[in-house]
Design a protein around this ligand. Sequence first.
Ligand code: ADP
Ligand code: AMP
Length: 217
Amino acid sequence: MNIIFMGPPGAGKGTQAERIVMEFEIPHISTGDAFRLAMSQGTPLGLKAKEYVDQGLLVPDEITIGIVKERLQQEDCGKGFLLDGFPRTISQAEALDSIMADMERKIDYAINLVVDRKLLLDRLTGRRICKKCGATYHVLFNPPKAENICDKCSGELYQRSDDTAEKVGTRLDEYINKTAPLLDYYRSKNLLLEVNGEEEIDTVTSNIVKILRGQVQ
Ligand code: ADP
Ligand code: AMP
C-alpha cells in the first residue's frame, strides 16, 4: 500500500504515521525527519537544508525530490510506504508521479488530515519529540507519563527549533501558498480522502485504518 499523508504542519501526520506503519508494516518516510537527521550530523545536505528549515521555509524541490527518489528505491519500500510531509509542492507531486511510473507503481491513497489553523499554533508550540526514537508528544494534549521522558524508550524529549510561534507563522504561510494547492491535484485524481484531524488521536487512527482497509469510501 502506497500512502501519502497530507495536512498542514501540526495536523498530526507524524503522530498518525507512527501508528499506521506499525499496523501495516510499511516504512515511514518523513522528509522533515531526513532533514533533521542530516542537520544534526552536519552533512552537506544538512547544512543546505538548515538555511531553509531554520527560517520555516520549504527546502528547494531539487534537493527534496532527490532524497525521496533514492529512499523509494530501497528494498523495504517494495511492500509499500507511507510518505509524511512529501510532496509539498506541485513540482514534487509531479516528480513523485514520474518516480512511481518508472517503478511501475502508483499512489493508492492521499489522506488529508483536516485541522483548523487556530488549533495548529497550540499543537506546534506544545510539541515535544524524543531525541532517541523520534516519538511525538504534546505537553497538554498527549503528555508523556513522566515529564520530558519518552514512554517508549526513556529518551529525553526536546522541542524542535522551528516550533516557535514566530516560525510557525511562516510555516503555515508556506503551507497555504505552496502545499494546499496539492489537495486539488489529488482530488482530481480521485485519490484524496479527508479525515477530521481534530478528534482524539485514537479516533483519528481508527478512521484512517478503516479507510485503508477499504471499509470507507
Ligand atoms: P505533523 O507531523 O502533522 O506536523 P504531529 O503529528 O507532530 O503533526 O502533531 C503535532 C502536535 O499535535 C504534537 O505535539 C502531537 O502530539 C499533537 N497531536 C497530534 N494529533 C493530535 C490530536 N488528534 N489531538 C491532539 N493533539 C494531537
Ligand atoms: P516537517 O517535519 O514535515 O514539519 O518538516 C520540517 C521542515 O523540513 C519544513 O518546514 C521544511 O523546511 C522542510 N521540509 C520537510 N519536507 C519538505 C518538503 N517535502 N519540501 C520542502 N521542504 C520540506
